[in-house]
Design a binder for this molecule. Structure first.
Ligand SMILES: [Zn+2]
Length: 415
């Protein structure tokens, strides 16, 4: 091992339950619905601009201008904390960025949809964010204070390390949460990459490793998947806008939360084990939210969401220990023979790669994990999660990602 260290900035999310009384609850609910209205109003205005000239990109300046206009016309929006309004602008701007980026990718031949930003319904808008830690919120003696909302009890079950950057208040069903993001500078040892491992999101297994290990998918997944599917059907059956449908949605959210908590526990243990398993870096399959939204198979979407959370956990744990996590485009990794490079069709029903060229026989997931490792090694150092882009507080986004009712891709990123 070399004796070098490197500084690394990481951002982590901390999520705590809060207990607003009736008055603060109303204040939160009002802020959220006011924000939703503001978002949709801004979107409406920008759509007009886009309609009149589809080649003009919607800039921050344009949205700011509209924001000012709207506030001038309707002073109710001043009830929102100023930075919460800026956050709404940012969310819309991000949605447009994604849209334009995808348009561009499409123009250059990528086979993707570029959905135009959509209006957000009430149940797709459930949080407000203070984008800067400037005294507009604070925790003191078990109580959270937030500007324009008030003070309420917070269940802070762990300490926040690093500098707090943002605070989000989120409504999940009947519960309320505060989510803080904090930036931490890590000084981690630099490790010689002598024992990299490839990890495949398994079909037979939860994961398969390129050294031949496999980790079974826990049994609770199947059970929960069934219950989620059941509620999903009930929701579809019930009339839009009805109270009973709303109720069923709350049930569905509860189920998601259940599976999220259970799988988090499982994945925390597994990622700990991997990080302490003698490996020096990890090559994993990159799954994109875009794919997830397109994917209508429920079991698959649950697995994809868990996979993303798992990679997030593995990333921050590995990176704290000075190891890289390299995400690769894993298309074809299950079709390719890891021994001779032969490409064969591998329908989902086939559990073993049985190469018709070199005769290699191997569990299909292990074969894929070896290919993933190969790609990462050939790519060289494309950088890992935390070093490249920001580490998003992905655990907290899970509930959004997990929704199976129609979602648009941009929204899945929101807290
Ligand atoms: Zn072969």
């Amino acid at each position: 091992m070399e004796n070098k260290t490197r500084d690394m900035e990481i951002i982590r999310a901390y999520k705590f339950r809060i207990y607003p009384d009736q008055k603060r609850q109303t204040a939160i609910d009002n802020s959220i619905s006011l924000s939703q209205r503001l978002y949709n109003k801004l979107l409406e205005k920008t759509i007009e601009v886009h309609k009149s000239n589809s080649s003009s990109k919607i800039s921050q300046r344009t949205i700011n201008q509209f924001l000012n206009e709207i506030i001038k016309e309707d002073k109710t929006y001043l009830q929102l904390y100023a930075h919460v309004r800026v956050d709404i602008r940012n969310r819309l701007l991000k949605t447009y960025h994604n849209f334009f980026r995808r348009c561009q990718q499409k123009t250059s031949g990528a086979n993707i949809k570029a959905g135009f930003p959509r209006f957000k319904s009430k149940d797709r808008f459930n949080s407000i964010t203070h984008i800067e830690n400037n005294g507009s919120f604070s925790i003191d003696k078990g109580r959270l204070r937030a500007s324009k909302i008030g003070t309420m009890r917070i269940e802070q079950h762990r300490n926040i390390t690093g500098n707090v950057k943002t605070m989000t208040i989120k409504r999940e069903g009947k519960e309320y949460y505060a989510i803080f993001t904090a930036e931490q500078i890590l000084n981690s040892p630099k490790i010689n990459d002598t024992n990299p491992v490839g990890i495949d999101l398994g079909l037979n297994n939860f994961i398969a490793l390129s050294d031949g290990q496999t980790i079974q998918k826990p049994k609770f997944f199947k059970k929960k998947e069934k219950r989620i599917a059941r509620w999903q059907k009930i929701i579809e059956r019930r009339n839009k806008g009805s109270k009973r449908r709303q109720k069923a949605k709350l049930h569905l959210q509860e189920e998601w939360k259940g599976i999220t908590n259970q799988s988090n526990d499982f994945m925390h243990k597994l990622s700990d084990k991997l990080v302490h398993g003698g490996f020096t870096s990890f090559a994993v399959e990159a799954l994109y939210i875009d794919n997830m939204v397109k994917n209508h198979r429920l079991a698959q979407s649950i697995q994809n969401a868990s996979w993303n959370r798992f990679i997030h956990m593995l990333s921050y744990k590995a990176e704290s220990a000075g190891m890289k996590v390299i995400k690769v485009d894993a298309r074809n990794t299950s079709k390719e023979c890891s021994n001779c490079g032969n490409i064969m069709d591998m329908p989902l029903s086939i559990r073993e790669y049985n190469c018709n060229r070199c005769g290699m026989r191997l569990d299909r997931d292990i074969n894929a994990s070896i290919n993933i490792l190969h790609i990462a090694t050939t790519l060289g150092q494309r950088g890992s999660h935390a070093q490249g882009e920001n580490v998003r507080p992905q655990q907290e986004a899970t509930l959004e990602e997990l929704r199976t009712y129609p979602a648009n891709a941009g929204e899945a990123n929101d807290l």
